[in-house]
Design a protein around this ligand. Structure first.
Ligand code: GLC
Length: 536
């Protein structure tokens, strides 16, 4: 299997500072047994594809035992692979085989909550009010004369209530769905268990952990009402459940464990305040966190430049590398987002039937890929991004995402970016989400031999990024450019130019054109919505 040159970065201890990390959503990646659900056998069979694509690591969204009330983010047992995906033995083989190809593995840990089918929660329900089992969660009596009202007013991250009443009358807290009861992080057993889970996976050769909802774990023990204030961080004030200071102590203890194994963390930290965000990235805390400001940024040169500058400025004081992310399993696929009038991303703005120009979106997404891959830091590629997949319209009667149902049907939910990948023109057999008929044109086998395809563009870009030492970590310097054009230099004479203005622009002087997201025009100018990599 090891026909591919191992990346130079794979041997370096600081690989994560410049890594290209591919996000695998196992349910939809590749189906090894033909039952319509992706699995580990499918991933193992596609490792050569991933090696050829040129990624340094794979981040797997949760692959553990789960009733899938929230796509696996409702974990029933961290030490068991869901049988729909395979076995622990297969996971160990997958980690080893990927390592053999120079590809590291990152697993997803969801510390804020567990599944309501987790043994702890079942025991808590059985044990009743006041029991030590209930102390692992946030159980409270209700308000009102008979305790018939919820004990608090926090809104769910998925719309709707955060409290559910159990048959004995008590209520429990869940920031997400009722099937995801929140753990009580003030309880030492909760901390101990997660430290053991980290060790369990590090001992199996995992090189990193993605921390789900990393800024939500700690709660004010009084669970005070928001009383009309927004469920967002309150600048300058302590919020009852977002970004609380207690979190830093938790992550310091996690860091000590990761350091024993030389493993790394990437936190899912959505925080508007960049100083607060950077606190998670201090040298004894998390190595990296996802850059959601860039992911949400509209296709606009000035806005992107500001986002890039702010990102680099906020990371610099703590010495952490930036990450660059265009999409993931929670947000609208890039090709679709950039083909709309509003090219930013906002959960609250998602509705059915938004007009989309896919040709325009594809052109911009290809340019955005070259922009992103040229920036200093680590970069994430979400499965199917390299195929230029658009968001799929999932028929109403097939939607599974709780975000859709909890919004009362207004929000289409996140299934549109989770549809199984088209490996060939032939669709999956009984896929858990239907693949649109026109997706045959995006098939990976077809794109693999097409020099103009988005897959070819990603392969070339990732290959160049790995071979040319000037990309990845290191400095970046803005170059003078016309309005609407982003131009910056990286070490070793590498230059990236992205034209977001309305007409073609001349390129700066260069010795060679390494890669372009679309051809130059007949006059040798860089057309609108096109990016190039140059050597100067
Ligand atoms: C994170 C995940 C998302 C999940 C939520 C609850 O935001 O990315 O998919 O629904 O946490 O665990």
């Amino acid at each position: 299997m090891a026909d591919f040159p191992l990346p130079a970065a794979a041997s370096a201890a600081d690989w994560w500072r410049s890594a290209a990390i591919y996000q695998v959503y196992p349910r939809s990646f590749a189906d090894g047994d033909g039952d319509g659900t992706g699995d580990l056998a499918g991933v193992r069979a596609k490792l050569p594809y991933l090696a050829e694509l040129g990624v340094d690591a794979l981040w797997f969204t949760p692959w553990y035992l789960s009733p899938l009330a929230d796509g696996g983010y409702d974990v029933a047992d961290y030490r068991t692979i869901d049988p729909a995906f395979g076995t622990l033995d297969e996971a160990e083989k997958l980690i080893a085989e990927a390592t053999g190809l120079g590809i590291r593995t990152i697993v997803d840990i969801v510390p804020n909550h567990v599944s309501d089918q987790h043994v702890w929660f079942r025991a808590a329900l059985a044990a009743g009010p006041g029991s030590p089992e209930r102390a692992l969660f946030h159980f409270r009596p209700g308000r009102g004369e008979h305790g018939e009202l919820p004990p608090g007013d926090w809104p769910s991250q998925f719309a709707g209530a955060t409290w559910t009443q159990v048959p004995d009358g008590e209520w429990y807290l869940h920031l997400f769905t009722p099937e995801q009861p929140d753990l009580n992080w003030a309880h030492p057993a909760v901390r101990r268990e997660h430290e053991e889970v980290l060790r369990f996976w590090f001992e199996r050769g995992v090189a990193g952990v993605r921390i789900d909802s990393a800024a939500l774990l700690a709660k004010d023990p009084a669970l005070p009402d928001l009383a009309g204030r927004p469920g967002e961080p309150w600048p300058g004030e302590v919020h009852p459940y977002i970004d609380r200071d207690e979190l830093h102590d938790i992550y310091r203890s996690w860091r000590a464990i990761a350091d024993e194994f030389g493993a790394i963390f990437v936190g899912e930290v959505w925080l508007p305040d960049s100083e607060r965000f950077a606190r998670y990235l201090r040298p004894d805390e998390l190595h990296t966190a996802f850059n959601f400001s860039f992911l949400s940024c509209p296709w606009d040169a000035a806005r992107l430049r500001t986002s890039i500058e702010e990102t680099l400025a906020e990371h610099a004081p703590v010495g952490a590398p930036a990450t660059w992310v265009l999409c993931n399993h929670d947000v609208t696929r890039t090709v679709t987002r950039y083909g709309r009038q509003d090219t930013g991303f906002d959960f609250a703005a998602k509705v059915f039937g938004t007009p989309t120009d896919l040709a325009l979106g594809t052109r911009r997404a290809r340019a955005a890929a070259l922009l992103t891959l040229a920036l200093p830091g680590a970069v994430y590629v979400y499965q199917g991004e390299e195929l230029g997949l658009p968001e799929a319209d999932v028929p109403l009667d097939r939607i599974q995402d709780p975000m859709h149902f909890r919004s009362g049907g207004r929000d289409p939910g996140r299934d549109g970016c989770r549809v199984p990948l088209p490996w060939s023109a032939e669709p999956w057999r009984n896929p858990w989400l239907p693949q649109p008929a026109h997706w045959a044109t995006y098939a990976a086998d077809r794109q693999a031999t097409d020099p103009e395809s988005t897959l070819t563009l990603y392969r070339r870009a990732l290959g160049l990024r790995r071979a040319a030492r000037g990309f990845g970590t290191g400095s970046m310097e803005w170059l003078p450019a016309p309005d609407g054009v982003l131009a910056f230099a990286r070490p070793d004479g590498l230059v990236c130019v992205v034209n977001l203005s309305e007409g073609p622009v001349p390129l700066p002087g260069h010795t060679s054109l390494l890669l372009s997201s679309a051809p130059l025009d007949d006059a040798g100018l860089l057309p609108q919505d096109t990016a190039v990599w140059l050597r100067t």
